[in-house]
Design a protein around this ligand. Structure first.
Ligand SMILES: [Zn+2]
Length: 319
């Protein structure tokens, strides 16, 4: 299934580029990465992608679908196929059932990464964390990175259940998230959990068995259930050569100073070290406010007591 799905996605993406559903300009911009360093240490990359500014311009529904589903601000949901077929008829999706869940791979019209897809539920379901299917997707698409931004954690719109998948081929090999030093938390059989030395609370889970994947799911879902302020972003990958999954979980908190950063809702890409900007003044603003970037990452971090709670859950589940 993997290779067939990968080639279907490539074909669909190229077709959507050819008919102009995905802008060629945006596609070209995803490779424009500027490293931002401070004290000789790489902090993150700025992706200057001015065409993404179009993302903020909503289409006027014409004609209006019969059963229109809207999200915040009354904008029709752009992940509902009923709306897509009426309002954006050239946009195509690839239907695929994973773990008995009907999903649609929709090309991200404003990509940050190559082959950037939004993988949406076939019907309008609320955004919730579904870690087992995230893990299945990672093994199904081993050359891709799979992200899920949980509710109120960078995925507030359009409130329609979704993952994101992409090829990391535009990313530099020294991307901050893959190079931060780590502190080991626990190691048992082929399950290893480490905390990244990062201003945000990022934990790395490496595991090889389904039982271990269930333990990891239990740890993360217990953490979410423990406190309504707990939020998660997760990046999942699978390495066929090692037969090993890797999950990078960003623990975060609802309380944060959104005034520190203009987009206000940093998601996984920002924490991983890629900030997509639309104007040169935005580039300059970020470059001139490096300490604020660190402050932003610190602010979205889980508070100390939540991390202590998290590490207690890890000990309990893994003992
Ligand atoms: Zn929807």
């Amino acid at each position: 299934m993997s290779q067939q799905l990968e080639s279907e996605l490539l074909k669909l993406y190229q077709q959507q580029l050819e008919v102009g559903v995905i802008s060629q300009d945006i596609h070209n911009d995803i490779h424009k990465l500027t490293p931002i360093t401070q004290d000789k240490a790489l902090k993150f990359y700025i992706q200057h992608n001015p065409h993404r500014v179009l993302r903020g311009i909503a289409d006027i529904p014409n004609p209006t679908p019969k059963h229109i589903i809207k999200y915040k601000g009354g904008i029709p949901c752009f992940l509902c196929m009923d709306n897509i077929q009426v309002q954006w008829p050239n946009e195509q999706g690839h239907h695929c059932t994973i773990d008995d869940i009907p999903l649609v791979f929709l090309p991200n019209l404003y990509p940050i990464f190559p082959l950037h897809f939004t993988v949406a539920a076939g019907t309008h379901l609320p955004q919730i964390m579904n870690i087992p299917t995230l893990i299945t997707l990672a093994k199904t698409l081993p050359t891709h990175w799979i992200i899920q931004n949980g509710p109120d954690a960078g995925a507030t719109n359009p409130e329609h259940f979704h993952y994101q998948t992409f090829l990391p081929s535009n990313l530099p090999t020294n991307l901050p998230i893959t190079h931060y030093p780590t502190t080991p938390i626990i190691q048992k059989n082929s399950l290893q959990i480490d905390r990244l030395t990062h201003p945000a609370s990022i934990y790395r889970f490496q595991f090889k068995t389904r039982e271990e994947s269930q333990s990891v799911t239990t740890i993360l879902m217990d953490y979410l259930d423990r406190n309504p302020n707990h939020r998660l972003n997760i990046l999942a990958t699978y390495c066929p050569n090692k037969a090993q999954w890797q999950l990078m979980a960003l623990l975060r908190h609802t309380e944060r100073r959104t005034d520190l950063y203009r987009s206000g809702q940093p998601g996984y890409a920002e924490a991983a070290g890629i900030i997509s900007t639309t104007t040169e003044s935005h580039d300059r603003w970020i470059q001139n406010n490096l300490t604020l970037y660190t402050q932003l990452m610190t602010d979205i971090a889980a508070p100390k007591e939540s991390e202590t709670d998290f590490q207690t859950i890890i000990s309990q589940i893994c003992s």
